[in-house]
Design a protein around this ligand. Structure first.
Ligand SMILES: Cc1ncc(COP(=O)(O)O)c(C=O)c1O
Length: 414
């Protein structure tokens, strides 16, 4: 008898659909193709020599430890390094044993879902939100309470109404240079949010991969730095400031919560690879990161400026609007209401250029005219070329088309 696979899958995987967009992205990768889709750092800035040297050093000095099983909590010197660095950078107070090393912050999102979400539990998310976080929470059958955002980030007045109405497990936010919108939560709203968290006893999950990538303006402290009593669970990562292929992130949380997260991580992968933890520690231990981030910033600033200038040049009439992020990797654009970003996406693929249609970032999947543009992975002249192609594609989009099919295709896209 044939295995009826479809009948065997657990309900928690019902919301995880393969995406037509991913399929298109797979086929359209020729030499002339320019992708503004993924959130990929610039590979020419990867610290290849430093990693090579560190690999040799680790294998020379401590091969038994590097290739052996390790503690679930992570490599002790790396935990101490992260704790000290967060104190130095942002005045985030933690002890090394309040730091858990994760396999990227994507795993941290999964662990948070695993630890807190029962089927049907309410979780507050922003509209739009980071799509892979939504997916992680969907796989634990979360119910989303959706808080609107504006140019200052999530609207805490609306969030307050949600908290007054429903019992909520946690609030998930990317407060700084958000993926996908590039927006940053203002300081007064950060303070309001922490007050709400205290009033309603609801924890905040602060996902913060981008804070260090600021290209202009005054730094705003992470929520975790404003949190005196451990109500914020802070997620960080080396992905955007060093090398995402290493898959190294971290969670900072009060000790009792961290102990539980450690237990949740054990069945997932026992621990994050010792080798990459030790190699990364070797790379960063003597102060490599600060000058490295200072090298990234002007390159990404130039790319952001190139993308914004090209958008202004090729979409001059105000029909299409976009955010002007002070940091991070993304610009978020809004098309006229009679335009569907998926139609635009298909026309763009014909012009050998891609972006991510915004639909999957909207937790209800109900907004069709937004899209995310990445600027970190292409040189300025390519960004100009990409936007010229986008403008050509846009002129071909059929407007006001009626749809017979409802699209909601969550994307496993970074
Ligand atoms: C907001 C946000 N959270 C988490 C991640 C996942 O990062 P990591 O590579 O550390 O798993 C990303 C990656 O783009 C992101 O933008």
């Amino acid at each position: 008898m044939a295995v009826q696979w479809e009948q065997l899958y657990a309900e928690r995987c019902d919301g995880l659909n393969a995406s037509g967009i991913r399929e298109i992205l797979k086929v359209s990768g020729g030499p002339n193709f320019i992708s503004l889709a993924g959130g990929l750092p610039a590979p020419e800035l990867f610290p290849v020599d430093e990693v090579r040297r560190a690999c040799e050093l680790v294998l020379e000095n401590a091969p038994e430890q590097a290739l052996q099983y390790g503690a679930t909590e992570g490599y002790e010197p790396l935990r101490a390094f992260i704790s000290a660095r967060l104190a130095r950078l942002w005045n985030i107070r933690s002890t090394p044993d309040e730091v858990l090393i994760t396999s990227g912050s994507q795993q941290a999102l999964d662990l948070v879902g695993r630890l807190f979400i029962n089927p049907g539990d309410a979780v507050v998310v922003e509209d739009p939100s980071y799509v892979a976080a939504l997916q992680a929470f969907i796989s634990y059958q979360a119910r989303f309470l959706v808080a609107p955002t504006d140019d200052d980030g999530v609207r805490t007045d609306a969030l307050e109404e949600l908290l007054a109405r429903e019992v909520v497990k946690f609030i998930y936010l990317v407060p700084t240079f958000q993926n996908p919108s590039g927006r940053t939560l203002s300081l007064p709203r950060r303070q309001h949010l922490l007050e709400l968290s205290e009033r309603y006893g609801v924890p905040i999950i602060e996902d913060d991969p981008y804070s260090e990538l600021r290209y202009e303006g005054q730094a705003i402290p992470p929520l975790k730095a404003l949190d005196p009593d451990g109500r914020v669970i802070y997620l960080g990562t080396f992905s955007k400031i060093l090398d995402p292929g290493m898959r190294l992130g971290w969670i900072v949380a009060a000790r009792p919560v961290l102990d539980k997260l450690v237990l949740a991580k054990q069945p997932a992968d026992l621990h994050t690879g010792m080798f990459q933890q030790m190699v990364t520690f070797e790379v960063v231990r003597a102060g490599f990161l600060e000058p490295h981030v200072q090298r990234l910033i002007p390159v990404y600033r130039e790319r952001r400026d190139a993308l914004l200038a090209a958008l202004a040049r090729h979409f001059p009439d105000g029909e299409v609007t976009w955010t002007r992020p002070q940091g991070g990797l993304f610009v978020w654009a809004t098309l006229p209401p009679d335009c569907h970003a998926l139609d635009f996406f298909r026309e763009a693929a014909q012009e050998d250029v891609s972006f991510v249609p915004g639909e999957s970032f909207h937790p209800r999947g109900d907004v069709h005219n937004t899209l995310r543009l990445n600027f970190s992975n292409a040189a300025p002249h390519k960004l100009e070329d990409a936007v010229a192609r986008l403008a050509r594609a846009f002129s071909k989009v059929e407007r006001g088309k009626r749809r017979t099919r409802q699209y909601h295709e969550p994307l496993a896209i970074i």
